[in-house]
Design a binder for this molecule. Structure first.
Ligand code: NDP
Length: 307
């Protein structure tokens, strides 16, 4: 068996957030604390947890959070008006609208409604353009966190064969661009890729963001590769949990208590046995996303307050 390095997203997340503290203190000393508006529409339990964690991270760092909940019945017009109220509020630096939105809401219009200079998620097409051009601007938090983690672990990216599975606007596409800007040779795979296992097996750096529990098995992993598992899937089938976590009795015990288990897109045992380094689920990519949201908010506040 190869010796494997676990990439500890919680530790890196703490490190990133600790480094933000003096910048936040400087902003407070000069003018005021950075402020993030977090908008939650409806009552999706997973979204409620994500929002709670983001607000908690703000509180711990001394970032002011404006935590606004609206019912799923909100109209497009009402939501756009709410976003506009934050756009024109000089005390607000960042705006985040938690996805997913109810079906009747025009998500595209919502992304466009956020002022690009307050776009804490980096999803506005203006900022997507800045990413494509490799110019300064808020970056989507999940891929930005992954790059930050690879750098802090001194994992080389330049010249590496990188494969990204998934091409979503929030993870796969920006991840591929960021890896390319770091001089990796990047292949992007998706549901129409002909030989996914073959493409993945060529990867020295494999980033998987498919949203398919444990879909990437041993056949997809080049021995010694760095594997970043972005997937966060909740599964409730007992037999599947027992199969996937046969080597981790604590996970099976936790399933027995909670009735569900969190699993990534990569089969845990395959990753542990084959990868040279990998991100666990949970405790890998998830915490980095929050840290980068805090970093984006602080950077936006510095621009607004000209620090
Ligand atoms: P999307 O559903 O938006 O995108 C999934 C991508 O995977 C699509 O591009 C799709 O291809 C591709 N795909 C799906 N099935 C296959 C397949 N069988 N073979 C190859 N490609 C496939 O998901 P997201 O990018 O939003 O999220 C991906 C995962 O990451 C989810 O589990 C999500 O929960 C998690 N996530 C975790 C975060 C964190 O902080 N840890 C943050 C954000 C997401 P196509 O385009 O052809 O449909």
């Amino acid at each position: 068996m190869l010796s494997t390095r676990v990439l500890d997203g919680r530790r890196i997340s703490r490190e990133i957030q600790e480094e933000l503290r003096p910048r936040i203190d400087a902003l407070r000393a000069k003018s005021r604390a950075p402020a993030l508006a977090v908008v939650l529409v409806g009552s999706d339990p997973a979204s409620q947890i994500y929002v709670r964690n983001k607000v908690k991270a703000c509180q711990e760092l001394g970032i002011r959070s404006l935590d606004v909940s609206r019912p799923a019945s909100i109209t497009n017009q009402e939501l756009l008006a709410l976003i506009q109220s934050f756009n024109i509020d000089p005390e607000v630096d960042g705006i985040l609208v938690q996805a997913p939105l109810p079906k009747h809401v025009d998500a595209e219009k919502v992304v466009l409604a956020v002022d690009p200079s307050k776009d804490a998620d980096g999803f506005h097409p203006f900022n997507v353009g800045m990413l494509v051009a490799n110019r300064r601007g808020p970056r989507p938090c999940t891929p930005a966190g992954i790059i930050e983690m690879l750098m802090r672990y001194n994992i080389p990216i330049a010249g590496r064969r990188a494969v990204v599975v998934g091409r979503s606007d929030i993870v796969g596409k920006p991840m591929a661009l960021m890896l390319m800007h770091e001089n990796a040779t990047v292949t992007v795979c998706h549901s129409r890729t002909r030989d996914l296992a073959g493409e993945c097996r060529r990867a020295e750096l494999l980033v998987v963001a498919m949203g398919k529990p444990a879909a990437i098995t041993a056949d997809y992993i080049k021995p010694g590769a760095v594997v970043v598992d972005v997937g966060m899937n909740r599964i409730a089938e007992e037999a599947e949990v027992k199969r996937l976590f046969s080597h981790e009795p604590s996970r099976i015990a936790s399933f027995a208590k909670n009735g569900s288990a969190l699993v990534g897109d990569v089969e845990p045992l395959a990753m542990q046995n084959l990868a040279g380094a990998y991100t666990p689920v949970p405790g890998g990519v998830g915490p980095l996303t929050i840290a980068m949201l805090m970093a984006n908010t602080v950077a936006l506040a510095e621009q607004h307050l000209r620090c």
